[in-house]
Design a protein around this ligand. Structure first.
Ligand SMILES: Cc1cc2nc3c(=O)[nH]c(=O)nc-3n(C[C@H](O)[C@H](O)[C@H](O)COP(=O)(O)O)c2cc1C
Length: 216
């Protein structure tokens, strides 16, 4: 039965299209965002679902050039450490672009706040539902950015303690993402890791089980 609450065909197509065409972007062109875009992206982030409606997202807009360089340095250090652990794939990994910190128009660090322990609704057995909630907020930004024609890249290659120190974050808060946001020349047609032959994604059938985890 078709739902009477469904959006129109054209609106539905737009939703599915933005999900399919959202990309993690690491190549940016140096140009400022149009007035109002960043506010819209932050507004949709704050409309994300969150466990117990705790809204466990904080955003630090990085505008200081020295700080930007220091953040880039943290990512570079972690990129090299990761490369060392990849043994035979080290040089292949080092060829991948994993961030666009210097080129993007806006750099936003997304963090979990301190004081999260008082939120037990939905987190007693699974405290990491706060992180799941922040991820929903970032996904909202990602989709809205794509609809705006703006690229967004999620960078997680950094030492969270060092980044927290750099940003004077309170103890027990935790940075979870460095977001690079900006204009792009073009969006990658496929995930960049696929375009660069780093890996291939599997289809949903491989991840869908019925009633039980499958036996091998
Ligand atoms: C939690 C998370 C962390 C990520 N961290 C990085 C990162 O540090 N550097 C990077 O280049 N891409 C990062 N990505 C992007 C993924 O590599 C990308 O989402 C994946 O390859 C699929 O590509 P697509 O997002 O374009 O569909 C991250 C994505 C997620 C969801």
């Amino acid at each position: 039965m078709k739902s009477k609450h469904s959006y129109s065909e054209i609106e539905k197509q737009a939703v599915y299209r933005v999900i399919a065409e959202r990309r993690d972007m690491r190549h940016f062109v140096k140009a400022p965002l149009e007035e109002g875009v960043l506010t819209r992206l932050l507004t949709v982030a704050n409309q994300a679902p969150s466990v117990g409606l705790m809204q466990p997202w904080r955003f630090i807009r990085i505008t200081d050039a020295n700080l930007k360089n220091a953040i880039k340095g943290l990512v570079e250090t972690e990129r090299n450490t990761t490369a060392e652990l990849l043994d035979s794939r080290k040089s292949e990994f080092l060829k991948l672009k994993v961030e666009g910190i210097s080129e993007c128009a806006e750099l936003i660090v997304v963090a979990l706040p301190d004081g999260r322990e008082k939120h037990i609704f939905g987190r007693r057995t699974m405290p990491d539902m706060d992180l799941a909630s922040v991820s929903c907020a970032i996904q909202n930004m990602w989709l809205a950015a794509r609809a705006e024609g703006i690229g967004l890249g999620w960078v997680s290659l950094f030492d969270p303690i060092e980044l927290a120190t750099l940003l004077n974050m309170p103890e027990d808060s935790r940075p979870v993402a460095i977001l690079c946001i900006g204009h792009v020349e073009k969006f990658y047609e496929k995930p960049m890791l696929v375009e660069q032959n780093w890996c291939q994604p599997a289809e949903i059938e491989e991840f869908l089980f019925e009633n039980s985890w499958p036996t091998k």
